[in-house]
Design a protein around this ligand. Structure first.
Ligand code: CP
Length: 311
């Protein structure tokens, strides 16, 4: 089989639209950029003359900073937009906002938006390459890529690895993108949490549910802990945060009671003391900060490979 040298897609809208070969190509390209960002001179000229707009209609720390750093490391010209300080607050539509930005000759758009499907919608209406930086509770493809890459870095391969995703799965774009990504790469994914926080369609994705946290942790090689997304919950999904933490919070006593050493991940932001205790988040079994470091290399790889298709 011929090895892929470019992505099969024009945009990065979701992991659902990627092939396994695309993901392997992104990982191999990220290997190269990880070396670059660990050199004394961390900048390469790959995206000189490319202009990228980062449009954030929803708050972000990691994704926004990581994309901007990746763009600057590749020598792109970067403009940043935050909806809270823009004319969106005066009633301007998404398309009008983006078309105004694109008329400034922008080649690529990185967009986070609270509405599922916003990145896809944009890709149907504008010429620039679109990268989805999180669309509501739908997908967060670069987060899943950096998560998959971090597991590959730890274990050498994703094939056959057992991953449990714990917590607020129903509101999590990270969970859905990770299910697509990890399964495409041959990992086995299960979810754990109160049934009110697990989507009813989960079995249609080939994902089993384990409701007891200790059983779930005994099964897995890697536990991906999720934050409770109170900002997306307009009804009560469980009696109290205290009860949730008692049943589904991971603390050191539980981690140390397991029969083997597992790896702990979290996409951030962490609510310390709720889904994960500080001593677990900061333990030598946690690769949470490796995930953040790998985010820059993964985003450099995605930007570089998508820019290769600019015609
Ligand atoms: N993981 C993640 O998307 O974090 P931010 O919301 O801070 O970007």
């Amino acid at each position: 089989m011929t090895k892929m040298t470019k992505l099969s897609t024009k945009h990065l809208l979701g992991i659902k639209y990627l092939q396994k070969e695309d993901i392997n190509l992104i990982f191999e390209t990220a290997d190269h950029f990880k070396q670059v960002i660990n050199r004394p001179i961390k900048k390469v000229p790959s995206l000189r003359d490319i202009t990228i707009a980062n449009l954030f209609f929803e708050n972000s720390t990691r994704t926004k900073l990581s994309f901007e750093l990746a763009e600057r490391r590749l020598s792109a010209d970067v403009i940043n937009f935050a909806s809270s300080s823009s004319s969106v607050t005066k009633g301007e539509t998404l398309i009008d906002t983006v078309n105004n930005i694109l008329s400034m000759k922008v080649d690529m758009v990185v967009m986070r938006h609270p509405n599922p499907g916003a990145a896809y919608f944009l890709s149907q209406h504008v010429d620039a390459k679109i990268i989805n930086a999180g669309d509501g509770a739908h997908e967060h493809p670069t987060q899943a890529l950096l998560d998959g890459y971090s597991i590959r870095e730890k274990y050498g391969d994703l094939k056959g690895k057992k991953i449990i995703i714990v917590g607020d799965v129903i509101h999590s774009r990270v969970a859905l993108s990770n299910i697509f990504c990890l399964q495409k790469m041959g990992a086995i994914v299960k979810v754990c949490g109160p049934l009110t926080l697990i989507p009813k369609y989960i079995s249609s994705l080939g994902v089993d549910v384990i409701t007891n946290l200790k059983d779930a942790l005994e099964w897995c090689d890697v536990a991906m802990m999720l934050r409770i997304q109170l900002e997306r919950q307009n009804i009560k999904y469980f009696p109290s945060i205290r009860e949730y933490t008692l049943l589904y919070g991971l603390d050191k006593a539980l981690l140390d009671s397991l029969s083997k050493k597992i790896t702990i991940m979290h996409p951030g932001p962490i609510n310390r003391g709720v889904e994960i205790s500080s001593d677990v988040a900061d333990s030598n079994q946690s690769i949470i900060l490796n995930q953040v470091e790998n985010g820059v290399a993964i985003r450099m790889a995605v930007l570089y490979l998508l820019a290769g298709r600019i015609d």
